[in-house]
Design a protein around this ligand. Structure first.
Ligand code: C5P
Length: 274
């Protein structure tokens, strides 16, 4: 049995630069990962997927999970039989801007690569990942990186490992396609140069404004996060999950306690940058 972590991704910054003719958008985005997320295990057997964990119900109506699509693409590319009994332990909220499904697909590809003696940096794995979704290559790389194109052209960076992070989701699923569609079409400029933290601080998430129009509760999340002395509070991806970075664990613990007390139904994860 092989176990792979599928950590949450956050976009420390996400600059939307242009609409493309293929329906996607040209991005510059600063990907980072946290220490916690879903877990994918692979056991021998015919191809199957069992979903367990606190957010398993969010995937119950889904016939074609990204884990199964990843496994079929792996088999076709590497000329092996479609197989593997996958268990997905779902701890990340679904459709929430922190790459849960992408992280699961990337973890499935890593597990299959290990089971079949394929190197984890094999370019064919990254081609499969890019075909599965724009964030899957970043999740396969699994480390801080600048992403361009759809997000699949990756340049690794050294990030501030260990920095305390709080993730907050108000329980509203947001469609990535709908948020991109609601972008105002105005290029607000490139990512500046600098180290990861200064890039994040100087950057923006251009999807925040359209996501806030579609899901106004995001305003409330960001207001509560901003009140808790963060280094930075911002929405991740297309939302609705927002993150805050803190100078100390104490600041993070205090902020999480305040938000949990005020909003008992919201999802809060206290973690740190990986
Ligand atoms: O690539 P993925 O399937 O995750 O993207 C979901 C949707 O998000 C796309 O269908 C597209 O509408 C939008 N998208 C985009 N530009 C990107 C990434 C995603 O417009 N760079």
């Amino acid at each position: 049995m092989i176990t792979e972590n599928a950590p949450a991704k956050i976009n420390l910054a996400l600059h939307v630069r242009a609409r493309r003719a293929d329906g996607y958008h040209e991005l510059e985005t600063l990907f980072a990962f946290v220490a916690d997320g879903d877990t994918v295990t692979l056991a021998p057997g015919p191809l199957s997927l069992t979903v367990i964990g606190p957010f398993s119900a969010g995937l119950s109506g889904e016939g074609d999970n990204l884990v199964l699509r990843a496994a079929r693409a792996f088999a076709a590319t590497f000329g092996v039989a479609e197989s593997g009994a996958f268990t997905l332990d779902k701890h990340l909220p679904v459709a929430s801007g922190i790459g849960g499904g992408s992280a699961d697909a990337a973890a499935a590809l890593r597990a299959l690569a290990r089971a079949n003696q394929v190197a984890l940096d094999d370019p064919r794995l990254f081609e499969i990942a890019a075909a599965l979704g724009s964030d899957v290559p970043a999740c396969l790389l699994g480390r801080t990186a600048l992403g361009r194109g759809r997000g699949e052209q990756l340049a690794p960076l050294d990030g501030p490992v260990g920095l305390p992070v709080l993730l907050v989701n108000p329980g509203v699923a947001v469609s990535t396609a709908a948020v991109f569609k609601a972008w105002d079409g105005i290029d607000k400029g490139p990512m500046p140069d600098g180290d990861v933290l200064s890039l994040a601080l100087a950057g923006r998430n251009d999807l925040e404004a359209p996501a806030r129009r579609l899901a106004p509760v995001i305003d409330h999340v960001l207001t509560l996060l901003a009140a808790g002395n963060p280094i930075l509070a911002r929405m991740s991806g297309s939302g609705a999950t927002c993150f805050a970075l803190y100078a100390s664990m104490d600041d993070r613990t205090a902020a999480a306690a305040r938000i949990r007390a005020a909003q008992t139904g919201w999802w809060c994860l206290e973690t740190r940058l990986a």
